[in-house]
Design a binder for this molecule. Structure first.
Ligand code: 5GP
Ligand code: ZN
Length: 142
């Protein structure tokens, strides 16, 4: 096992070396409660295999994790009567990813009752020429 995996907190949760409050698991994915919840019920969903980011995860793990997210989200809707669920997924230290094992945050929300600062940005129109130029550049790289 690579050193980065041995030191990875979420790999250790998968292996049962660190305790976690498990919410759901299947062959490829695991959902557990975040210990610093942004709101009641905040859950993390991860692949059981170590992968860091969206551009590295295998298609099979990506599908499994996001199908698990849907199951957990349906459970949250029913159990917590959450009117909304915010999905957050960070990739790379530059995007504020702290735990370098791919994970999806599912945060039950009720906009009237709680605020998530990260989601409150001012909508400022962009330069359409720049928007088009960058979109074309991305398309060409796919
Ligand atoms: P990131 O910024 O990488 O998307 O978020 C990592 C998340 O993992 C944070 O919300 C943090 O609270 C959570 N976290 C970090 N360490 C642990 C842990 O040992 N157990 C659990 N359950 N969550 C953790
Ligand atoms: Zn890991």
């Amino acid at each position: 096992m690579a050193d980065e995996q041995k030191e990875c907190i979420f790999c250790q949760i998968v292996e049962g070396k660190i305790p976690a409050i498990k919410i759901y698991e299947d062959e490829r994915s695991l959902a557990f409660a975040d210990i610093n919840p942004l709101a009641d019920g905040h859950t993390l969903v991860i692949p059981k295999t170590h992968t860091e980011t969206l551009w590295e995860i295998t298609p099979g793990d990506l599908a499994a994790v996001h199908q698990a997210c849907q199951k957990v989200a349906r459970g949250m809707k029913e159990a917590l009567k959450a009117p909304g669920i915010t999905v957050i997924q960070l990739n790379g230290a530059a995007a504020n990813q702290v735990v370098m094992h791919y994970h999806v945050h599912l945060v039950p929300r009720d906009r009237g009752k709680d605020k998530l600062k990260v989601l409150e940005w001012e909508a400022k129109p962009g330069n359409m020429r720049t928007i088009e130029k960058l979109a074309k550049k991305i398309t060409e790289a796919i």
